[in-house]
Design a protein around this ligand. Structure first.
Ligand SMILES: Nc1ncnc2c1ncn2[C@@H]1O[C@H](COP(=O)(O)OP(=O)(O)O)[C@@H](O)[C@H]1O
Ligand SMILES: Cc1cn([C@H]2C[C@H](O)[C@@H](COP(=O)(O)O)O2)c(=O)[nH]c1=O
Length: 217
C-alpha cells in the first residue's frame, strides 16, 4: 500500500541529502518518480544538498496542485511511482491534502522532507498538516548539534549572531559557520534550553569573554 512519509529534523541535519538518496535508490530499481521543492537555497526548481549534489525539481508555488500535476502526467501516458517533496514546511495545508489524496487514490508513495518549526518555534503550515496526515513521521538520525554539544532541536534566526524572534516566516538562508562571517541574516540550530534563553554561539562566547563573568576584578 502506498504511504505518505514525513522525514523531519532541524536545518542542516541531512534532509535534502536523504531526499536525493531516496530518489536515487528508487530510480536505480526502475521506479519512476517526480521531485518537488520550494524556495531551495540553490535557486528555483532545484533540490540541493550541502554535500554538493543537486537535481532539477518542480518548484511548488501556492497555486500548484499536486493532484493536477500527477493526473496530467498519468493521462498523457506517464508513469509515476513516487514523489519526493523537499522543503515541505513551505507547502500549504491544501498541498498536503493533495499529497494525501495522491497516495490514497493513485497508490503513489510520497516522501516528504522538511523542518517542523520556524525560528519562533512554531509549526510551519505544511509540517503541521503532515504531522496530522502522514502514515509515518520520522526524525532524522543524524543529529545536528547545538554549540553546547546537546542535540539541536530548534532553528534560530540570527542577525550578526544574535537571535531574533520577529520577522517574516519565510526568509531563505543558511546556517552560519563557526567564524560568523556568514550573511547578516542567518540561522543557527540550538537545543531547546539555549533557544529559550536566546543564547547563540556568538552571544555565549561574548558572555564568556565579558569581564563581568571573570572571577577577579
Ligand atoms: N564537508 C562536509 N563533510 C561531511 N558532511 C557534511 C559536510 N558538509 C555538510 N555535511 C553534512 O550534510 C548535512 C547537511 O545536509 P543537507 O541535506 O543539506 O541538510 P538539510 O537538508 O537537513 O538542511 C550536515 O548535517 C552534515 O552531516
Ligand atoms: C527556521 C526557518 C528557516 N527558514 C528557511 C531557511 C532555509 O532556506 C530553509 C530550511 O532549509 P534546510 O534545507 O532545512 O536547511 O528554511 C525560513 O524561511 N524560516 C524559518 O523560520
Amino acid at each position: 500500500m502506498a504511504e505518505l512519509n514525513f522525514y523531519s529534523g532541524t536545518m542542516d541535519c541531512g534532509k535534502s541529502t536523504l531526499a536525493l538518496q531516496m530518489d536515487h535508490n528508487h530510480r536505480a530499481r526502475g521506479r519512476v518518480g517526480m521531485v518537488f521543492t520550494s524556495h531551495d537555497r540553490a535557486g528555483v526548481a532545484t533540490l540541493s544538498s550541502r554535500l554538493g549534489l543537486e537535481v532539477e525539481a518542480v518548484e511548488v508555488t501556492p497555486d500548484l496542485s499536486f493532484w493536477d500535476v500527477v493526473v496530467d502526467s498519468l493521462t498523457h501516458g506517464g508513469r509515476i511511482d513516487y514523489l519526493v517533496c523537499d522543503e515541505a514546511q513551505f507547502y500549504t495545508r491544501q498541498h498536503i491534502d493533495q499529497l494525501a489524496k495522491v497516495v490514497d487514490e493513485l497508490s503513489i508513495d510520497v516522501f516528504a522532507f522538511g523542518i517542523l518549526t520556524d525560528f519562533r518555534s512554531r509549526l510551519f503550515e505544511g509540517s503541521a498538516r503532515l504531522v496530522e496526515l502522514a502514515d509515518h513521521v520520522m526524525t532524522l538520525q543524524v543529529e545536528a548539534l547545538c554549540w553546547c554539544g546537546e542535540r539541536a532541536t530548534h532553528n534560530a534566526r540570527t542577525e550578526n549572531g544574535v537571535m531574533v524572534t520577529e520577522g517574516e516566516v519565510i526568509v531563505v538562508g543558511d546556517v552560519e559557520d563557526e567564524t560568523h562571517t556568514a550573511p547578516t541574516v542567518g540561522y543557527e540550530v540550538l537545543c531547546r534550553r539555549h533557544h529559550r534563553r536566546r543564547m547563540t554561539a556568538a552571544t555565549a562566547r561574548a558572555a564568556a569573554m565579558s569581564p563581568d563573568v571573570l572571577p577577579f576584578g
